[in-house]
Design a protein around this ligand. Sequence first.
Ligand SMILES: [Zn+2]
Length: 462
Amino acid sequence: MFTLQFLGAAQTVTGSRFLLHIDGKRLLIDCGLFQGGRALKERNWEPFPTPPADLDGVILTHAHIDHSGYLPRLIKEGFGGPVYCTPATADLLSLLLPDSGYLQERDAAFANKKKYSRHHPALPLYTEAEAREVLKHLKTVPYHQMSRLSDNLSFEYLHAGHILGSAMIRLSYKGKGAETLLCSTGDLGRSRQPVIKDPETIDRADYLLLESTYGDRVHEKHDILSYFQTLIQQVVQSGGSLIIPAFAVGRSQNVLYYLRQLEEAGRIPVLPIFLDSPMAVRAVSVYCDHLDEHDFEMKSLTAEACVLETGSVRMVKTTEESKALNQFKEPCVIISASGNLAGGRILHHLKSRLSDSRNTVLFVGYQPQGSLGRLLSEGKKEVKIHGKRIAVKARIESLHGLSAHADSEEILEWMSRLKHPPSRIFLIHGEPEAQESLKGKLEKVISSKIEIPEYLEEVELS
Ligand SMILES: [Zn+2]
């Protein structure tokens, strides 16, 4: 008998944390930060549901902050064990976690200066220095290599096709003869995506934690290159700018890759493309350092140089350079983080450009319920940024086809490759509507028991 408790990403899409109590060990699968509205963020401040010092290890699926960003706090509260991850994830974490600490410190300082926080003084959840402590705990495990956790317990990583370094976890428990397999998809990616490898198939799982973010949707299968081409032509005609909030890791590189393709094909003019996120700039280097993890399509393009680093792309590093962009009035593309507007330089660009009807804001990623991004994409005519009211006159566009998450058809297609149905499937990392919809679709094709766990729910597995 062992237990699994859902400490996050339960009926919501952030805060991925799953506590496994197995073979006398307490293991945490992912250790993410809650993001989005105030109620979710408050959870980051609640005491961790189990004493962090009692945990034996953390197994990460990938580097995104909603899967890794609680680690500094976990260590601050007493966790001292190893944090397993793939080598590329370790490299990305060395960028993402200190940046997360830096942003928290900066946002707290800004809130104190502008006096818009309900808390006095506003404090960071953790500092940049505390975030760097996590890096000492990282233990890298390559794909397809069994890693032993105890006599009966081991796990391996498989490609998840979501972002560089992303992995599914296949955890094996060999107690009293038979082998029990618990698998977690982490964030399940899509086949035929640019740059990274496709998600692998798992042969079987007794228990499966299945991502369900887009369980109620099918991504637009339109021609992404033509979509970007049209938007950029419109921006050039109106003399405005195209602002793309994008996660620094993954999405920014994909957008860059599409724009480079269009430029090289002569389908758009060579106009300034600003990559305004120090982390996205450094992530470009990490992507170029891990060519072994890229699929053939990318390798053929990068035979001589990393395609993401060439041409008209301007890497914006310092705050001064970023602020100077406010004075840049020529048609241009600004790619900036964070992708869900939770913080970062993108907020300053929106503050200075949202009220100009010549500009376009293009969302290329998921915007959680209640977030600023969701309000904008739902057509709000006025929003608040850093406590200041901003009229929204810019055009707001959303491109869902660029998602790094499988849609409902792709999830079902991936599930159809399992040789045996799992005895139980837990839908994680999705909002209730998406989860109910996916559950209905799965029940038609698979005999497994499908559950939608609640926050902090604990289940017994045998
Ligand atoms: Zn992710």
